[in-house]
Design a binder for this molecule. Structure first.
Ligand SMILES: NC(=O)c1cnc(OC2CCCC2)nc1N
Length: 326
C-alpha cells in the first residue's frame, strides 16, 4: 500500500472506530458486532505498523500506553476543583433553599444529579484533542493520570467539535466490575477492595496503564471548568453541551422548580439506588442559572450554589447476640 492510500485508510478507520467506540461506551447502543470493531482495529494496527508516522494521539489504537511511569507529575488546576457542602436531611435542604433565595430572590430553578461515588477528575482538551487528565488532589494541585484516563473507553480522545475546553467529572467502577475484580483478588489470595470507590481510586493510581485498562472503569462528566467561553447560561445547558461534544453525562439529571421537587427526587433515588449499576452516595443539587451561581459565589472550599444531600450510611446490621443472663 502506498503512503497516500494509507493516509486515506487511516482517516476512514479513525472515523469508524471512534464512532463505534462512542456508540458502545457512551450511548450504550452499538451498531456493529464486536468482531467488526476488532477487524477494523486490526486493519488500523497493521497500517500503523507499516507507517508509524501516521500514529496520532487521538488514534483509537492509542488507548493503552506502553510505558510504565515511575511517578505522577503534579498538575495545577487553574480553576480550583471545589468540594461540596453536605445536607443530611430535609431541614438542611430547606435551609439551603432559604439561603439561596436570600441572595438571588425567589425565582430559582435547581438541577438534581446523582452523586456518583468515585474519584473527581479533570480532563483538558485542545482543539478537540484529549491532552491531559488529572485527579482533584487538594482542589488546586492534582496528579497527572492522563495515561490511565486514556484507557477509559467512554472518554473521547477527540471531541465532536474542535473545542479547547476543560471538563470535570467522576471516574468510577461499575458494581459488576467491582464484584468481578474482588472475586479474582480473593481467588489469588489478595486483599479485596472495600468498595468501588477505593477500587476506582486504586486503579487510577497504578503506574502501569495496562492495569488501569484491565479494570473496566467508566466516567460521568458533570461540569465545565470555565463556562464563560461556551456561551451557555445554565448548568443544564452546559451538561447538554457536554453530551453534544461526545462526553458521557448521567441521564438521571432533572431540573426541579422547587425545593419540594428536589426532596421528591431525593426520595425517589433513595428507593431506586440499589438498582443502579454504579454506586451513588447522595444527590447533588445545583442552582441552574450560571448568573445566579456567580451571585452566590463560593466559600474557600465549596460553592454556595450547590449542596450534596448524603444518604444515611448503610446501617450495618449487627446481629445482637442474645446474651444469656445467668
Ligand atoms: N460525584 C458527583 O456525581 C458530583 C460531584 N460534584 C458535582 O458538582 C460539584 C463540582 C464542583 C461544584 C459542584 N456534581 C456531581 N454530580
Amino acid at each position: 500500500m502506498d503512503k497516500q492510500t494509507a493516509e486515506k485508510q487511516v482517516k476512514e478507520l479513525h472515523r469508524l472506530l471512534t464512532q463505534y467506540n462512542y456508540e458502545y461506551h457512551v450511548l450504550d447502543n452499538p451498531s456493529v458486532p464486536d468482531a467488526e470493531y476488532d477487524r477494523l482495529m486490526r486493519e488500523l494496527l497493521d497500517i500503523e505498523k507499516e507507517f508509524p508516522e501516521l500514529v496520532t494521539p487521538d488514534s483509537p489504537s492509542q488507548r493503552v500506553g506502553g510505558e510504565i511511569l515511575s511517578a505522577f507529575e503534579k498538575v495545577v488546576h487553574e480553576i480550583p476543583m471545589l468540594s461540596l457542602g453536605n445536607a443530611f436531611n430535609e431541614a438542611d435542604l430547606r435551609d439551603f433553599d432559604r439561603r439561596v433565595k436570600q441572595t438571588v430572590g425567589e425565582d430559582v430553578e435547581y438541577v438534581c444529579e446523582l452523586k456518583i461515588d468515585g474519584l473527581a477528575i479533570s480532563l483538558r482538551y485542545e482543539q478537540g484533542i484529549f491532552r491531559q487528565g488529572s485527579t482533584r488532589g487538594d482542589g488546586t494541585i492534582g496528579e497527572d493520570i492522563t495515561s490511565n484516563l486514556r484507557t477509559i473507553r467512554s472518554i473521547p480522545l477527540r471531541l465532536h467539535q474542535p473545542m479547547s475546553i476543560e471538563v470535570r467529572g467522576e471516574a468510577y467502577m461499575p458494581k459488576k466490575s467491582f464484584e468481578n475484580l474482588n472475586r479474582v483478588k480473593e481467588e489469588n489470595g489478595e486483599e479485596p477492595f472495600a468498595n468501588p470507590r477505593n477500587a476506582a481510586a486504586g486503579s487510577l493510581r497504578q503506574l502501569d496503564p495496562k492495569i488501569a485498562a484491565s479494570r473496566n472503569l467508566d466516567i460521568f462528566l458533570y461540569a465545565i471548568g470555565d463556562f464563560t467561553e461556551t456561551g451557555v447560561t445554565t448548568h443544564s445547558d452546559g451538561l447538554d453541551l457536554l453530551e453534544k461534544l461526545g462526553f458521557k453525562v448521567n441521564k438521571e439529571r432533572e431540573k426541579c422548580a422547587t425545593i419540594d421537587a428536589v426532596i421528591e427526587y431525593v426520595n425517589k433515588w433513595t428507593v431506586e439506588r440499589p438498582n443502579l449499576p454504579y454506586e451513588i452516595d447522595g444527590i447533588v443539587i445545583k442552582v441552574n442559572s450560571l448568573q445566579q451561581q456567580q451571585e452566590l459565589g463560593t466559600t474557600a472550599k465549596s460553592p454556595r450554589w450547590a449542596i450534596a444531600y448524603k444518604f444515611p450510611a448503610e446501617e450495618v446490621v449487627t446481629k445482637l447476640v442474645d446474651i444469656e443472663l445467668s
